[in-house]
Design a protein around this ligand. Structure first.
Ligand code: TRP
Ligand code: MN
Length: 469
């Protein structure tokens, strides 16, 4: 297979010649074409220079010199666009990033599952209730969740709503990242009220006090927010699952070529990073064909059934030029399964010479049904998979590069356990996820402290091995 950079034949619509899984059956194809034509007229949501900056930072992650934090809702919704949900996700990610940056003493690359996470894969095309069969709900970019024929019919006009919802969310995120909210001097203010009194809240408070002293010292030395933008601003990137290919195709743009005469590269302009789930990563499938042609960093979810050969074939398709950090392998093995399933993959990829980012998704392999029949996850199992991930990398001599979590800063009750000790009964209080259960603000912070300890232990280990040589 020729790589798209050596051949000018790849086009954003190349995927149309391949089998595409998980596509909605649009009743009105002319309306779909009209919506896509409109999207092609809209400005890109992101700029190719940002994609390049993220690529550079992920290469640092692959080399073990930075850490990737990727998090956000399982699915965003058009109904919660008042900015509160986005701000709360951003806020808790800042807190987690501070905790991790401090412990690891290396930069944390911040990527939200946000500003575009509107399409969901489904195990069945239809759903039947009381004798009525309707199309499955596939996320707000496709159809509505209500079980009525009107809501469940795929509506092309939703592609345009997804674009404007993404643009609105991204605008807020850019304002928060650059307008003062993310200033390190504000770190006390990022704690939600419900977290403040908890053990995690107190541990965060102590860390914030220590960083506050350092900032005062640095101000005395002449480094302030006014003259040091690094203290005041963060780079915050967006990502979503690249599932609905007509939407992604319509938002694919050509980079202005850096060197005159050189081929301008294609990039996906709907988000900085795109990923594929387990259900759409067939080698000869449409989704891989799309992703291989764009310059963005691309993620692929890897579950317990993936073999070393599967992973190597994916890397050959997506990273033929072996560019460090081009591919993020997001493993979701399940606690207890990981120690058997991950090591063969680590060994094979290490031997292949592809410098990937290995990121741990401790959520999707640990979904269970609560006593009341809702989807939940045990915080203890999430923690267990993260520990197993770090152990496996330590054994293999590979880099545990990142964490991929479904979270919100809000006080929801969707996952069991954690410091608040949520139980099946307490889940009913504030279960607001449209899809999978998320860690709440307190559980997210608790997980960040755990990962911080694992990263710190790694640093200690590295120091010891330096001392030994
Ligand atoms: N700009 C630096 C960074 O992104 C430092 C920083 C500023 C920061 N605000 C932050 C780090 C908030 C974490 C969270 O790493
Ligand atoms: Mn999910």
């Amino acid at each position: 297979m020729k790589s798209p950079t050596e051949s000018s034949t790849w086009q954003p619509g190349a995927w149309r010649h391949r089998p595409a899984r998980q596509m909605p059956a649009y009743p009105d194809l002319a309306a779909l074409d009209a919506a896509c034509a409109q999207l092609r007229q809209f400005p890109p949501l992101i700029f190719s220079g940002e994609v390049q900056a993220l690529r550079t930072q992920l290469a640092e992650v692959a080399a073990g010199r930075a850490f990737l934090l990727q998090g956000g809702d399982c699915a965003e919704s058009f109904d919660t666009l008042d900015g509160e949900a986005a701000r709360e996700t951003f806020r808790v990610m800042l807190q987690m990033a501070v905790v991790l940056t401090y412990a690891a003493a290396r930069p944390v690359v911040k990527v939200g599952r946000i500003a575009g996470q509107y399409a969901k894969p489904r195990s069945a095309d239809t759903e039947t209730q009381g004798g009525l069969t309707l199309p499955s709900y596939r996320g707000d970019i496709v159809n509505g969740a209500a079980f009525t024929p009107e809501a469940r019919a795929p509506q092309p006009e939703r592609l345009l709503r997804a674009y404007s919802a993404s643009a609105a969310t991204l605008n807020l995120l850019r304002a928060l990242a650059q307008g003062g909210f993310a200033d390190l001097h504000q770190l006390h203010g990022w704690t939600a009220d419900f977290v403040r009194a908890s053990p995690q809240g107190q541990r965060y408070q102590e860390l914030a006090d220590r960083i506050g002293e350092t900032l005062a010292f640095m101000a005395a030395c002449g480094f302030t927010s006014e003259n040091t933008p690094q203290l005041r601003e963060v780079a915050f990137y967006t990502s979503h699952e690249a599932l609905l290919l007509p939407y992604e195709e319509a938002l694919t743009r050509r980079d202005a070529a850096a060197t005159p005469g050189a081929d301008a590269r294609w990039f996906g302009a709907s988000a900085h990073m795109l990923w594929l789930g387990e259900r759409t990563r067939q080698l000869d499938g449409a989704h891989i064909e799309y992703l291989r042609g764009i310059a963005n960093p691309v993620g692929v979810k890897i579950g317990p059934s993936a073999t070393p050969d599967d992973v190597l074939a994916l890397l050959a398709a997506l990273d033929p030029a072996r560019e460090p950090g081009r591919v993020v392998l997001i493993t979701r093995m399940g606690a207890g399964q990981l120690p058997a399933k991950l090591p063969p993959l680590l060994a094979a990829v290490k031997a292949s010479g592809h410098a990937v980012v290995w990121s741990c998704d401790p959520m999707h392999g640990n979904t269970v049904t609560s006593a009341h029949g809702v989807k939940t996850r045990d915080f203890g199992q999430v923690v267990r998979e993260v520990r197993e991930f770090f152990d496996a990398h330590a054994q293999a001599g590979t880099v545990a590069g990142g964490l991929h979590v479904e979270l919100t800063g809000q006080d929801v009750t969707e996952c069991r356990g954690g410091g608040q000790n949520l139980t099946d009964d307490s889940l009913q209080a504030r279960y607001t996820s449209a899809c999978d259960p998320r860690l709440n603000g307190s559980q997210s912070l608790e997980l960040a402290f755990l990962v911080a300890d694992l990263l710190k232990a790694q640093r200690g280990g590295a120091m010891k091995s330096i001392a030994k040589t």
